[in-house]
Write a protein that binds this ligand. Sequence first.
Ligand SMILES: C=C(O[C@@H]1C=C(C(=O)O)C=C[C@H]1O)C(=O)O
Length: 298
Amino acid sequence: MKVAGGAMIDRMRSSTDRRDQRVRVGAVSYLNSKPLIEGLAESVPEARLTLDFPSRLADGLARGTLDVALVPSIEALTDPDYEIISDACVAACGPVLSVKLYFRKAPGDVKSLALDEGSRTSAALARVMLAERFGVEPRIEKFTLESRIEDTSADAVLMIGDRAMLPPEIPFVEEWDLGEEWLRWTGLPFVFALWVGRQGSDLGKVDMALAAARDLGVASIPRIAERESALMGLPLAVVDTYLRRHLHFTMGSAERQGLKLYHSLASKLGLAPANRTVRFCERSVERRASRRPATVNA
Ligand SMILES: C=C(O[C@@H]1C=C(C(=O)O)C=C[C@H]1O)C(=O)O
């Protein structure tokens, strides 16, 4: 008999204690995920939607307190039972605007790196780029969700999500947009987050609903941008351009290629399990051509 570890025990407990039988869906609370969850709560009443930071969603899925989550793309490799259940994703082909690495020293001289606590994928991507391109493997520090960039003295600081969309008030010697750097380096789009569930779990119609919510969300970007810019206090043009031009929300073959390359580079550095490939649930493989906006790289 296999002895259950902490995460497995949590998972067993959470599945036996449950009175609420609704499918527990976790989505990222950042602006970038709004087009993926448009109308989702209403369209699948048999699901319960919660919003949180990406790293916390990954922990919830691992512990079994979530059945499906929009997790950092590196997390798809962490459990052999995981599968990607939708072609809906958060991706960029060029500058992403909300994943920034700020340098106090030239990249080749970085000895300490503060990583946004909300991130897993960009955190590993920053380390991959520094190792592969500059041969540096800095000491890692945590950049907490409450911290301001002035609070850390690390040589480089990674910030993601809504707070990364505002320019820092202190000067840095160099700044990378990781979507832009990845495209320049590999010629491929980058997938930041994707919908993952456990193979064999009964998700009802949730996987279909995720694609439908994305289609509705993408068609509703002008309305979402108006609503969110007012809530966030950001200019409408910035929010609209971010959602319409910088991000895209469908995983096609180029995105899967980018994901595969990223996973192999992360594994090589010991940041993801080696010799594991992600499993795509049949319905998650997009049959249409990739719909990246042509203007992004122009
Ligand atoms: C584009 C972004 O993608 C996010 C980046 C993630 C990560 O680095 O782990 C996870 C989820 C995405 O929502 C962003 O947060 O700005």
